[in-house]
Ligand binder design. Structure first.
Ligand code: UT7
Length: 324
């Protein structure tokens, strides 16, 4: 027998306001046709004035706990992935912890930009498997609308706001590839690429929040290779392969990157969960948002093998294989 982090519940939250490509085209020199063709994005959600990352995260956490049929008091670890925290400190995770009415256990933020959810999942999984904690909330939550340069058409059309969460519970499993839970995680970073996707401000450098800057073509060029490479690591570690996958839930940055990655890995298009059209790129929130959509509409079911991957600023990239 071995300890596994089993998914007990999943939930998400999107701010009410929807911003369509057509609305963007009235403000900047772009078009619905260009955005759809180059990215697959049709609309994104934008947080309201006074609606913070912690508010989105708390709503997603409540939804995940309700899905798990659990009380917040049962949670003893909160790992929140975000690059858009409410404040420089304290961690947005402690605002969520407080909002849930918990004052035991530990809550902290983790920052790996668009790969944040995979990094947070891997972190929580390691804590649960080594017995330090019993039940974890893993959250991805972002308000990227607050760090966009709304005059830069190369970036402002790409991102959106939202949050998603999963509840993990440490459970004894047989120790086989048919176990339920997180079967393997693989994380990578390479700081040589740190200037290709970054925010041009920060507490230590400029004492400002700054705006997102990206060399889109450069990111695109590396994305498919890095994603498929780290997925091959997951396959090698478990002996599982593309044919065993029930659902591929990638980070939702660009439909062309997702399609090319699935094609290279021989994953059938019908197994790919796509939400980039409706949510845009919500960075660390995109994977749990997509998971939540596919669980709610009945696609992802108990026992299904789900492949997750992400790549983003740093560069950071990672994969996870989870039996639901
Ligand atoms: O989640 C983190 C990871 N991030 C990503 O994965 C993003 C990766 N990169 C991308 O998804 C793509 O590179 C973009 C969607 C950002 C851009 O697509 P692209 O096919 O690489 O376009 P490009 O940057 O090469 O630009 C092509 C043309 C340029 O015009 P010229 O120089 O050919 O005349 C741009 O100025 O498209 C122009 N352009 C736009 N036109 C209309 C750039 N943005 C826009 C826009 N509307 N919003």
């Amino acid at each position: 027998m071995t300890k596994r982090s089993v998914v007990r519940g999943c939930g998400s939250y999107l701010p009410r306001q929807v911003l369509t490509n057509a609305e963007l085209a009235t403000r900047i020199d772009t078009s619905d046709e260009w955005i759809v063709q180059r990215t697959g994005i049709r609309q994104r959600h934008i947080a309201a004035d006074g609606e913070f990352t912690s508010h989105l995260a708390l709503n997603a956490a409540h939804a995940a706990l309700a899905d798990a049929g659990m009380d917040a008091q049962q949670i003893d670890l909160i790992v929140l992935a975000t690059s858009t925290p409410d404040n420089t400190f304290p961690a947005t995770a402690v605002a969520v912890q407080h909002g849930l009415g918990i004052s035991h256990g530990a809550a902290f933020d983790l920052q790996a930009v668009c790969s944040g959810f995979i990094f947070a999942l891997a972190t929580a999984d390691n804590f649960l498997r080594t017995g330090g904690y019993k039940r974890a909330l893993v959250i991805g939550a972002e308000t990227f609308s607050r760090i966009l340069d709304w005059n830069d058409r190369g970036t402002c059309v790409l991102f959106g706001d939202g949050a998603g969460a999963v509840v993990l519970e440490a459970q004894e499993q047989p120790g086989k590839s048919f176990d339920r839970g997180v079967l393997t995680t693989h994380l990578r970073s390479d700081g040589r690429h740190k200037s290709k996707l970054y925010v041009d401000g920060g507490p230590s450098s400029t004492q400002t929040v700054g705006h997102l800057r990206m060399e889109g073509r450069e990111v695109f060029k590396h994305a498919v290779g890095m994603i498929t490479d780290v997925i091959e690591d997951a396959f090698a570690a478990t002996g599982l392969g593309a044919d065993d996958i029930d659902w591929f839930v990638p980070h939702q940055a660009n439909k062309r990157i997702i399609d090319a990655s699935a094609h290279k890995l021989h994953i059938a298009p019908r197994k790919v969960v796509l939400t980039v059209d409706l949510h845009g790129n919500t960075s660390a929130a995109s994977i749990p948002l997509a998971l939540s959509v596919a669980v709610k509409d009945g696609r992802i079911k108990k026992g299904d093998l789900v492949l997750l991957e992400a790549m983003g600023g740093g560069f950071t990239w990672g994969s996870a294989l989870v039996r639901w």
